[in-house]
Design a protein. Structure first.
Length: 215
């Protein structure tokens, strides 16, 4: 029985690590832009243009922050690339904020994307700012802020009637993934339930507020 418990525990930890990696805050902006470009009326745009926009946003909000974190780790400014230590999160948060703003600027000035799509990135920037400030005292979940931002994007695409088809099932999958991610963060011991819920609330409210006000 004990051997089975150990095996089950290893499986749960493995799945939790996989969920945390696949739903990393570094990937969330790319997922959001993918949903916006393929699940809204923007899906009528040229495929080449949409792929280019997706790659550029992915480069700005995922590749650059990943390189920055790797550099910090190389020069021993942080001890863990996963930023387990709350005190080591400030510089990566600030850099992520710059990247979110840069992505929003790119979408607004170069792509001339609709405001609701731009506001998804701006909402993400606001959520990162709040996370950075709160992180000075408390380890709020950035993973949950990002995933809840995706839920907010899909929900508000429906409310603003920008969807190309009924997104109810997509929304349900996003909510399910959000719950799975929250459980994963708790299983890995990275956050408490309160930190997970606070992160989710942060991401959802920031994206919803800006998409509703300016979208």
């Amino acid at each position: 029985m004990k051997a089975n418990d150990v095996k089950y525990g290893r499986i749960m930890v493995g799945l939790s690590r996989f969920a945390s990696a696949m739903l990393s805050p570094l990937l969330v902006p790319t997922y959001g832009v993918l949903i916006a470009l393929w699940c809204s009326y923007l899906s009528a745009y040229d495929m080449g243009l949409r792929v280019t926009v997706l790659l550029v946003v992915g480069g700005i909000t995922c590749v650059l922050p990943m390189f920055f974190i790797t550099t910090l780790h190389h020069f021993k400014l942080i001890t863990d690339k996963n930023l387990v230590d709350r005190k080591e999160r400030l510089l990566p948060f600030i850099f992520a904020l710059v990247c979110y703003v840069a992505a929003a600027f790119y979408l607004y000035t170069r792509v001339h994307a609709p405001m609701w799509m731009v506001m998804f990135c701006v909402g993400g920037a606001l959520a990162v700012t709040i996370s950075a400030v709160v992180n000075l005292w408390w380890k709020i979940s950035a993973h949950m802020a990002g995933m809840a931002g995706i839920v907010a994007l899909i929900y508000n695409m429906h409310v603003l009637v920008t969807e190309a088809f009924n997104l109810v099932w997509v929304l349900m999958v996003a909510v399910l993934l959000c719950g799975m991610l929250g459980s994963a963060r708790i299983i890995l011991g990275r956050h408490t339930l309160g930190q997970v819920l606070a992160g989710a609330l942060n991401g959802f409210l920031c994206v919803t507020l800006l998409m509703q006000l300016f979208g």
